[in-house]
Design a binder for this molecule. Structure first.
Ligand SMILES: Cc1cc2nc3c(=O)[nH]c(=O)nc-3n(C[C@H](O)[C@H](O)[C@H](O)COP(=O)(O)OP(=O)(O)OC[C@H]3O[C@@H](n4cnc5c(N)ncnc54)[C@H](O)[C@@H]3O)c2cc1C
Length: 345
């Protein structure tokens, strides 16, 4: 459990909460903060051991460039600050607990978890992202022996690549960004991509071509070599079939992630592919169950942190009105909120 979570109030599982948030990614964390601002008794549950969702699990050391107010921010630093913001109103936080069932009750909902616990709540906010996520792996089963020995699908710490020779495989934003980040710390970085153009932000591609990263277009991975740990790879040009052998210490694969909503699919919620359909107040088809962040869809949806935290704010205000029908949807501005010791407007 992170330090931040340890500072949270202990979970009193028997209490009835105003709002229970499922998923402690950036969107759930901001929702937790906002519910605290609105004076709600809030609980946050996540199946992972750490707060932060995809940012902590998949790219803690990666820079995020499109966060309002930050020219750039390392993902783990953003999680640290979102957590501090979320925990200031002492929410109840339950980690390593996966919500398996959602059942309507007279007082609201009962949420059953894989720990055999039942959480009671008046309203629910689902910020479960893409559900349980796992990286797409290389097809050849024999490569699995290198996992943990130089073959990486996520990068938990950039510093482990210091002075090493790294091959990055992939053509999306992750591959390009990792190649650039690794180039600052590794001794050599090669990037192979099977096409001639990247599916990445134009500015990142420009930086890549201006960098010392060795870029090999139309190239694919044929083999990873090594006795125990990775010591090389064979790549080939998919037009000429010509092979190149690279001496390496690490191979970083970025083929994206497979998402699985898991138990959420069985809760009777309207789904469009793997996303929950919500209206403008972030309500699902089940009254009292809101959703925000990557898990949602509506016309114009963008799966970004900045939009997700805005959605969480709306979802919390909707939940507040359900818990307290006299409350207004718009609570006023935080800069004029007594909770921050500044009195009203
Ligand atoms: C490599 C990479 C780079 C990215 N870069 C950027 C970027 O630069 N800018 C940007 O805006 N976005 C970026 N994103 C996307 C961004 O991370 C997501 O938009 C964001 O994490 C969505 O937040 P969320 O809170 O909705 O969901 P998530 O971060 O996915 O968190 C959801 C949480 O819900 C939990 N959960 C799921 N199901 C259950 C359950 N049944 N019970 C309990 N817990 C559950 C999961 O464990 C997880 O912790 C990037 C994504 C990746 C993979």
């Amino acid at each position: 459990m992170s330090d931040a979570a340890q500072n949270a109030a202990p979970a009193d599982v028997n209490d009835l909460f105003d709002l229970t948030i499922i998923g402690a990614g950036p969107v759930g964390l901001f929702g937790t903060f906002y519910a605290g601002m609105r004076g709600m008794k809030v609980k946050l549950i996540d199946s992972l051991a750490e707060l932060g969702g995809q940012l902590s699990a998949l790219y803690p050391d990666k820079y995020i460039y499109d966060m309002a107010g930050f020219p750039k921010v390392v993902a783990k630093d953003l999680v640290r600050d979102l957590s501090a913001q979320a925990l200031q109103f002492a929410p109840t936080v339950c980690l390593e607990e996966k919500v398996m069932t959602l059942t309507k009750t007279d007082e609201g909902f009962a949420l059953g978890t894989d720990k055999g616990v039942t959480h009671r709540t008046k309203t629910v906010l689902i910020t479960a992202g893409v559900g349980a996520f796992a990286p797409k792996k290389l097809e050849k089963a024999e490569f699995a022996r290198f996992e943990g020995h130089g073959l990486h699908y996520v990068i938990p710490k950039l510093e482990i690549f210091k002075g090493r020779r790294v091959l990055v495989v992939g053509g999306g934003d992750s591959a390009v960004d990792w190649a650039l980040a690794l180039n600052e710390i590794a001794s050599e970085v090669t990037l192979i991509h099977r096409r001639d153009s990247f599916r990445a932000h134009e500015d990142s591609v420009k930086k890549l071509h201006a960098s010392t990263v060795r870029v090999m277009l139309f190239h694919e991975l044929e083999d990873i070599t090594g006795d125990g740990a990775v010591n090389g790879a064979v790549v080939y040009d998919n037009r000429s079939k010509e092979k190149t052998t690279l001496a390496l210490d690490d191979v970083v694969v970025n083929f994206g992630f497979l998402a699985n909503l898991g138990p959420i699919k069985t809760w009777g919620l309207n789904l469009e592919k793997i996303s929950l359909v919500v209206n403008q107040q972030m309500e699902t088809n089940i009254e009292g169950v809101m959703a925000a962040g990557d898990i949602t869809t509506y016309p114009g949806k963008l799966k970004l942190i900045v939009t997700g935290v805005g959605e969480a704010t709306m979802a919390v205000c909707t939940a507040k009105m359900r818990c307290d029908p006299k409350a207004s949807y718009f609570p006023g501005h935080s800069s004029g909120n007594a909770a921050f010791g500044e009195g009203g407007h």
